[in-house]
Design a protein around this ligand. Structure first.
Ligand code: GAP
Length: 493
């Protein structure tokens, strides 16, 4: 019987240790005790992450005739961040506990208090608390935010005291110096979102690609945020990767496109194998200054439903701000209506790492197999075959009598078509388990019958059943099963 441990606090711990033990995610610079909120992807993690990036990028650029790619730099002219509003308002309110010296996000402390009230059935109180906080934050009343924390008697979980500092705004952008000589050096930021690289290249792409509005630009790249509290493994990191697409539309049509992209993006996550019960939309209660509509796609992580992707109707805020500050027109001449305008933008923005975590949590499966004395626990990663780091493991039943050589030959004949591994170490059961633990969908076994009739058995990861097929059919059969086309077909249906 399947037993997905996704709702308990220990589920995340199990997933984190599994990710480390089987080469998916390691803490950064671990030999120096790691660096908080920074992680490295191991030999299996990089394959899974690359598959997620490829499927996203192709779904954007190959399935939509009017979406093209871009790869902009991490460093940008510092005025970019002035125009976008990040210099002045990309802040989180922080507060320190004087006894434990621990730092917290003041809004998170209050949100957690509201969640606690909700759990106690005091929904109205929770709502009133959040409204009070939003009012203070909107008015920039940080003393007011502190007062709510005091009134609610919120204590630091480490010192168990309410000995709080004042609340201060903390800008999340990392900065550094560019230039060799310190006097000439100027301040530069590590981009906190990839979107601005798209905005400043809007006209370059539109003109050189002869793009007609509506059209989109898709990009994958690193982003950096000096998060005050980084928690929950790779969910909130200081260095992470975003997959963003800005879709430029005629003003007045943005809500239609917003609805379309909302639906398309939800379909994408479903096509990757995430069940509908683990996904939901969450409309933003409070809109950012640049947005006229915004929604999150939330995934049911072991620590609750949380944002995985944001879809925002960003109006003409960014292009207009860049036009004003750079004094370069950011307009498009629309031949259909004979008018010049600054396009409106609908943005889809998903964190590659958050999607990775969602896919990993969704795949992590524990089940009991066998009966009586034979009963045992089995763990496997139930990835969509197209996303699995390794697609096929070729295993000779024994190393002798030419079986190992035959298995090598088969490996060499398919390894350029899909990611294939060869393993002849240990009992066959142990080798199946090794592949289950990293989510390999198929194990091809070479046995004595193979030597007679050129057939092999193919074991399915999920059902553990075996099918005998001809070696000549392997490439095509497995090729189809592990192909991303199966995901794209779902997206187009
Ligand atoms: N351009 C819009 C934008 O950046 P956002 O909601 O701040 O919007 C978009 O970020 C997505 O980027 C989030 O939905 C999340 O998946 C990912 N993301 C944001 N901050 C992150 C962090 N500190 N660590 C990992 N992923 C993050």
């Amino acid at each position: 019987m399947e037993n997905k441990k996704q709702d308990t606090a220990s589920a995340l711990k199990d997933i984190i240790s599994h990710a480390k033990e089987y080469g998916f995610v390691f803490p950064s610079s671990e030999i120096y005790d790691g660096l908080q909120a920074v992680y490295d992807y191991g030999q299996n993690g990089v394959e899974l992450k690359n598959n997620l990036k490829t499927v996203w990028y192709k779904a954007m650029t190959m399935l939509n005739d009017n979406v093209v790619g871009l790869d902009a730099s991490i460093f940008m002219h510092p005025l970019t961040w002035k125009a976008s509003g990040h210099v002045d308002s990309f802040n989180d309110p922080m507060i320190d506990n004087k006894d434990s010296k621990k730092r917290y996000r003041a809004d998170t402390l209050l949100e957690e208090r509201a969640a606690q009230l909700e759990d106690e059935g005091k929904e109205a109180e929770a709502k009133a608390l959040l409204q009070k906080m939003a009012k203070c934050l909107d008015a920039g009343d940080l003393e007011g935010v502190r007062q709510i924390i005091i009134d609610e008697n919120i204590k630091c979980p480490v010192s168990n005291t309410a000995n709080w500092t004042e609340v201060r705004q903390f800008n999340l952008m990392f900065s550094t110096q560019v230039g060799a000589v310190s006097e000439d050096a100027s301040l530069i930021y590590l981009r906190p979102e990839t979107a601005q690289g798209i905005f400043v290249n809007f006209l370059n792409v539109q003109k050189t690609g002869r793009m007609k509005v509506p059209f989109g630009i898709a990009q994958i790249g690193k982003a950096f945020r000096n998060e005050i509290v980084a928690r929950n493994f790779i969910f909130r990191m200081r260095e992470f990767e975003q997959m963003e697409m800005q879709f430029f539309v005629r003003p007045g049509t943005e809500m239609e496109w917003y609805a379309k992209w909302k639906e398309t993006r939800m379909k994408f996550h479903l096509a990757l194998g995430i069940p509908a019960t683990s996904l939901k939309f969450h409309d933003h209660d409070k809109l950012a200054h640049y947005a006229n509509a915004a929604v999150d796609i939330e995934y049911k992580f072991p620590f609750g439903f949380k944002e995985m992707e944001g879809i925002h109707s960003r109006t003409d805020f960014d292009l207009k701000a860049h036009q004003d500050l750079s004094r370069k027109k950011q307009q498009y001449f629309d031949p259909e209506i004979n008018e010049n305008y600054i396009p409106y933008v609908v943005e889809t923005s998903v964190g590659a790492d958050r999607l990775f975590l969602a896919i990993l949590c969704n795949a992590y499966t524990e089940e009991t197999v066998g009966e009586g004395e034979q009963e045992k626990q089995r763990v496997f990663l139930n990835f969509h075959p197209a996303l699995a780091p390794v697609k096929v493991a070729v295993l000779p039943l024994v190393k002798k009598d030419g079986l190992a050589e035959k298995a090598q030959e088969i490996t060499n004949s398919i390894k350029f078509a899909f990611n294939t591994t060869y393993d002849d170490g240990g009992a066959i059961g142990k080798r199946y388990t090794r592949q289950d633990l990293i989510g390999t969908p198929y194990c091809v076994v070479v046995d004595y019958q193979t030597m007679e009739d050129n057939t092999v058995t193919v074991r399915d990861r999920n059902t553990m059943t075996q099918e005998r097929i001809s070696i000549a059919d392997l490439k095509e059969k497995i090729g189809y099963a592990v192909s991303m086309e199966r995901i794209f077909e779902k997206l187009l249906s």
